[in-house]
Design a protein around this ligand. Structure first.
Ligand code: PLP
Length: 363
């Protein structure tokens, strides 16, 4: 069988930097002088402790996380956070506000509804989630327990460029599909969560960054594994953490740092997405961009072709040419180019050229 690596534009789990995979391969059987694989180590061992601390330190450095914020490595994916956030903070008599901008925002909202009183601060569902609401459209209250947003809508291809100022109301953001792709002002948020499998590493670990003082106000009458304060107090070692995923994330973080950090990731994301949006906008309607131009994501470029048949022909031809993962989410169809950190400009240019060529031949 051929072992060539394809150009992977999948939405997640996503491509990892080749250098990271090669380093993991070199350390796979015996990690440094530990005499065993990372997967075989006790999570209380010195060798693992170092891996764990280094991953946390790198994430803090790359995202300039203030000292009064906790960084947690949890399991259960971003999906468990849909429930954990309200379980911890949506206490009786309080209300939480949710901005509905897509599939995952809806899922977060639905889980919060199970726990307590929720309010829709804004929804762009009637516009097919093609756009984000303006700050003026958002309706929330100073008394709200928190305001929840999704920073990048993976399925629809929209992304917040700047974030609302919520004052004393904690802003909670699902950053699963754009964390580490740009600098963020962590101090604006009460809590940020992200499944790792797009920009951070393999699946299995979920990152939570939360203001320590708020985190400590969490409910204490819920099972321990669901309490943020328990994980923070134990530095994510309350139980066995996903050690190999955290190790891999550490390698990815070191790679991002060596490449120039999140500022460089943002520059690359601008450049890569501009190539693909450029092809769409210059195609005379052969490719139809899905998101409103003002709400376009730098991570997930969504578009359609004029007919489902043409779309199928495009996806099949792309696959034959070695471009993988271009199908839209199963719930909406269409096409999607995901341009996470590990996707190179060269691969993006190859795809842009393929798209131009396909339009020429089939337009
Ligand atoms: N939130 C967003 C924005 C996502 O893109 C995804 C997955 O694609 C999820 C949540 C769900 O994440 P997980 O599979 O880690 O639960």
């Amino acid at each position: 069988t051929e072992r060539r690596r394809v150009d992977n534009f999948g939405a997640g789990p996503a491509a990892l930097p080749l250098e990271v995979l090669e380093q993991a391969q070199a350390e796979f059987v015996v990690y440094k002088d530990a005499g065993m694989s990372v997967m075989e180590m006790s999570h209380r061992s010195k060798a693992y402790e170092e891996i764990h601390q280094r991953a946390e330190a790198l994430l803090r450095e790359l995202l300039a996380v203030p000292d009064d914020y906790a960084v947690l490595f949890l399991q259960g994916g971003a999906s468990l956070q849909f429930g954990m956030v309200p379980l911890n903070f949506l206490t009786a008599g309080r209300r939480a506000s949710y901005v509905l901008t897509g599939h995952f925002a809806e899922k977060a909202y639905e889980d919060a509804k199970v726990v307590g009183e929720v309010h829709v601060a804004a929804s762009t569902k009637d516009d097919g989630y093609r756009r984000l609401p303006s700050v003026e459209e958002l309706q929330w209250d100073e008394a709200d327990a928190y305001l929840h947003i999704t920073s990048n809508n993976t399925i629809f291809g929209t992304q917040w460029r700047s974030f609302p100022d919520t004052g004393r109301v904690p802003l909670v953001a699902d950053m699963s599909s754009d964390i580490l792709s740009r600098p963020i002002d962590v101090a604006k948020f009460g809590l940020i969560y992200a499944g790792a499998q797009k920009n951070l590493g393999p699946s299995g670990v979920t990152v939570v960054i939360a203001r320590q003082a708020w985190l400590e106000t969490c409910r204490k009458d819920i099972p321990k594994m669901l309490r943020y304060d328990v994980h923070a107090k134990n530095r994510s070692l309350y139980n066995t953490p996903p050690t190999f995923s955290i190790y891999m994330m550490g390698l990815v973080l070191a790679w991002v740092k060596a490449q120039g950090g999140v500022t460089e990731m943002a520059r690359r994301a601008e450049e890569k997405s501009a190539r693909i949006y450029g092809v769409i906008d210059e195609s005379d309607g052969f490719y139809l961009g899905y998101a409103d131009p003002g709400s376009r994501s730098r991570m997930n470029v969504t578009f359609r072709l004029r007919t489902p048949e043409l779309e199928q022909a495009f996806l099949a031809a792309a696959k034959d040419a070695g471009f993988v993962g271009l199908n839209g989410h199963r719930s909406v169809g269409g096409c999607r180019v995901s341009l996470y950190n590990a996707v190179t400009l060269e691969a993006t240019e190859r795809l842009a050229e393929f798209m131009r060529d396909f339009a020429r031949k089939n337009g």
